[in-house]
Design a protein around this ligand. Structure first.
Ligand code: ZN
Length: 322
């Protein structure tokens, strides 16, 4: 796999994390990923990259997930993929199950691997986004594309992406219910979860939840606090845990289908970071000393640990708690 440079500090508007480390990490290749659909219950499908189970067990980074919900009258799709190739695969998987119109597409965040495929949606598809995601894309798409090309490589179809505005925006702490005919889908902002423009999508009567990036994958994968806000992120995940049925199947942003224990794992990790960084601050340690100190051996095993923990999450906590 090609080694690409993950330069979180280049994300526009991230002055608070200007000091994050730059690490070289392998990421997935959008030109080779194969998507598969997985039926969760009648009319409800997760879309998961091939090999995701084995990769998740090894803590390896996995390509973007998706999913779709089929009602009696129409279909809703969750996330639209990074490029034309993956978007076409996703639509092929939907068409293998139903001929009903794909009336709604929800983006769980502005991140390109969840939203760039919007431009390949049929004209009749209504795009639903968080207001903050829409604003970000409106202001920063070209810079975001450059950042994504740096991370995912040239020639992955990112160069072709043009702005495709959403049709319905969900506001801060807002939620929306969409009726597909006999099936209600809930689309909800639970608070800052990774970007401040994050939407969780659920089918409450079937106990299925799509999280997008705020929950990357089951343990040992860890959250990526690209935009900081450790405490808010933890509080949001606690709100999800308190609201959603304990038996819910979760489709995380980058891993195989999992359960609510994965949300608890994320909360436990964020609590541990908070506790340890607070202790370091109480001793007057610098950011560098804090990164050195806060190793959290109980939470290692994720292939990106060496980047995401000392490079993003500890600095975010240090900034938040100082
Ligand atoms: Zn993602």
């Amino acid at each position: 796999m090609k080694h690409l440079v993950l330069t979180a500090a280049l994300i526009v508007g991230l002055a608070s994390l200007a000091s994050v480390a730059i690490a070289q990490e392998p990421v997935w290749d959008a030109n080779t990923v194969i998507l598969e659909s997985q039926k969760l219950t009648d009319g409800i499908f997760a879309v998961i990259p091939q090999g995701a189970n084995e990769m998740a067990d090894k803590g390896l980074p996995i390509a973007t997930t998706s999913g779709f919900v089929v009602g009696e009258e129409s279909v809703l799709v969750i996330d639209t993929m990074l490029n034309k190739r993956l978007n076409a695969q996703l639509f092929g998987l939907i068409r293998a199950e139903t001929d009903l119109p794909i009336r709604y597409a929800v983006n769980t965040s502005f991140h390109g691997d969840h939203s760039y495929g919007n431009q390949y949606l049929p004209d009749e598809t209504i795009i639903i986004q968080h207001g903050a995601a829409s604003e970000f894309i409106g202001e920063h798409l070209e810079a975001d594309k450059m950042f994504m090309i740096k991370n995912f490589g040239e020639g992955r179809g990112i160069e072709d992406i043009a702005a495709t505005p959403a049709n319905i925006l969900v506001g801060t702490n807002g939620q929306l219910e969409v009726n597909l005919g006999g099936v209600i889908v809930n689309i909800r902002d639970y608070g800052f979860a990774q970007t401040g423009g994050d939407l969780f999508v659920s089918v409450p009567k079937a106990n299925v939840l799509w999280t997008g990036n705020p929950v990357i994958a089951k343990a040992p994968a860890l959250p990526w606090l690209l935009d900081g806000q450790l405490i808010e992120t933890r509080d949001t995940l606690e709100a999800v845990l308190a609201t959603v049925d304990a038996q819910t199947q979760i489709v995380p942003g980058h891993g195989p289908v999992t359960g609510m224990e994965t949300i608890q794992w994320n909360i436990d990790y964020l609590n541990a970071v908070e506790r340890e960084v607070k202790a370091a601050l109480a001793e007057g340690l610098s950011l560098e000393q804090t990164i050195e100190r806060v190793q959290l051996s109980d939470f290692q095993g994720y292939a990106l640990f060496g980047w995401v923990h000392p490079g993003l999450n500890v600095p975010a906590a240090y900034q938040d708690l100082r």
